[in-house]
Design a protein around this ligand. Structure first.
Ligand code: GAP
Length: 446
């Protein structure tokens, strides 16, 4: 029977897509519940051997597009712990709150703006008055737990870039328009974390603050909307599952002149992957006023000093990883057998290549290691020698490995191997000497 996939008659997205992806994540080592052996710690997750590769690839691909391929954006890695002064000036201490209510019947706590007046647990419509609940995690730095030692875990990476604005200008000689990019963990004490890694208390962000002359704000806002929307499409999110949604005037934060979200069609409906905002000069002015330091730019060509406007594309790395998994999950049939497959973009896949010797016999061992040593400097490789070759192909399809390299007994004679494509299941005999170049060409063309 042919190994080619039969045309799928299944609906594009299985109705239980979310359950299937969550179960795959656990079963194949993408994402584990944190502290599972102690009963689990709610809303925190550990990224397993495959998940850590996928998440790293999401972040690297973002960094490649936002920093490496540009001359007008530089990187930063600011601290997670920061003093109250930062969050006082940014407005987070006063305003970074959600309205919290308690159900009078079952005493569960909810975000008032998320429940439409009905308790999702018991159906009651009786609640306490809403009170503002600050989402920042508070801790103490040093041995004393007094007010002077209070510190916060950052709830966004953005402020690290604003407060380092002058350091970056002075050390890199960049001038607006230019950006500072950062990838890292952020923490929010979400009242209702939910939907797997969509909303968690500890998560990773990929943010960039692009500083521009104020008059160019709108034009750069539109530029970054298009760039960011295209990034998701280029990495394989189907057009029908991605949209840009502009915020209405009454949705805008007080500092924002314009905001739009990149949204993905999650199994529960459209929801945010990334916000792109024209934050005006709000942040630099707020930190300049609070710190007494100058945070502006003197343009020697016009002899003018001004506070740049900031255009901010702010994405979630962990949330985006989940969207890539949901978009990639498919079921089809190969050789009369059902298979589940992650059609991940090769740059995102946890492994680009799986090296599979046809037999466990020692005869193939040396050549297998030769092939692995040739591939490993260039690609993340898996190595699997257990079970039948058909089963091993399915296991690799299920975790999204785009190419399987099979070493058989002929390989000892002709010094060639078989390269099998995940999506088409087509196989090509390739000389070992050309293997890296052939796979690199396929990666580049993907
Ligand atoms: N500096 C602007 C900022 O932080 P945001 O819309 O609050 O904006 C940006 O966050 C992105 O971070 C969101 O679009 C989302 O992808 C991600 N994000 C925010 N809160 C999250 C959470 N609790 N869990 C997972 N990702 C989150």
């Amino acid at each position: 029977m042919s190994d080619a996939p039969a045309p799928s008659h299944a609906p594009e997205r299985p109705s239980d897509l979310m359950d299937k992806v969550v179960s795959l994540c656990k079963r194949r080592g993408f994402i584990f519940q944190s502290a599972e052996i102690y009963g689990g710690f709610r809303s925190t997750y550990d990224y397993g051997p495959l998940g850590v590769n996928l998440l790293r690839n999401v972040k690297d691909t973002w960094w490649n597009a936002m920093v490496q391929r540009r001359t007008d954006v530089v990187g930063l890695d600011a601290s997670i712990l920061s003093p109250p002064a930062v969050w006082e000036a940014s407005g987070h201490l006063a305003n970074f709150t959600d309205p919290l209510v308690d159900c009078r019947q079952c005493h569960q706590r909810w975000r008032a703006d998320k429940i439409d007046g009905v308790c999702p647990s018991c159906g009651s419509t009786e609640f306490t008055e809403a009170r503002a609940f600050n989402l920042m995690f508070k801790t103490h730095a040093g041995p004393l737990e007094d007010e002077g030692a209070v510190a916060y875990l950052r709830p966004e990476t953005a402020q690290g870039m604003f407060i380092n604005f002058m350091n970056v200008i002075q050390t890199t000689r960049k001038k607006p328009p230019f950006g500072i990019a950062q990838v890292g963990k952020s923490f929010r004490n979400e009242i209702t974390p939910q939907n797997f890694v969509f909303r968690t208390r500890e998560f990773e962000q990929m943010e960039m603050e692009f500083f521009v002359p104020p008059a160019e704000g709108q034009q750069w806002f539109e530029y970054w909307l298009n760039e960011r929307y295209r990034w998701y499409l280029d990495l394989g999110i189907p057009e029908g599952q991605l949209r840009l949604r502009h915020h209405d005037a009454d949705e805008l934060s007080h500092y924002s002149a314009a905001t739009a979200d990149v949204e993905f069609l999650f199994p529960w409906g459209w929801d945010e992957l990334e916000g792109i905002a024209n934050r005006t000069d709000f942040d630099l002015k707020a930190h300049a006023a609070a710190s007494g330091e100058r945070l502006d730019y003197f343009d020697p060509t016009t002899n003018e000093r001004y506070v740049p406007y900031v255009i901010e594309p702010a994405a979630g790395a962990t949330r985006t990883m989940m969207a890539f998994l949901l978009a990639a999950y498919h079921e089809d049939e190969v050789g009369g057998e059902a298979r589940s497959i992650l059609r991940l973009h090769p740059r995102l896949a946890p492994y680009q290549v799986a090296v599979l010797p046809l037999s466990k016999k020692d005869t193939l061992e040396r050549l297998t290691h030769e092939v692995l040593s040739a591939l490993q400097p260039h690609f993340m490789c898996d190595y699997d020698v257990t079970q039948s070759i058909g089963k091993r192909y399915r296991r690799q399809d299920e975790v999204g490995t785009p190419w399987c390299v099979t070493i058989d007994f002929d390989s000892l004679e002709d010094r060639a191997v078989t390269v099998r494509d995940r999506d088409t299941t087509e196989q090509e005999r390739v000389p070992i000497a050309d293997l890296v170049a052939v796979i690199q060409r396929r990666m580049d063309g993907a």
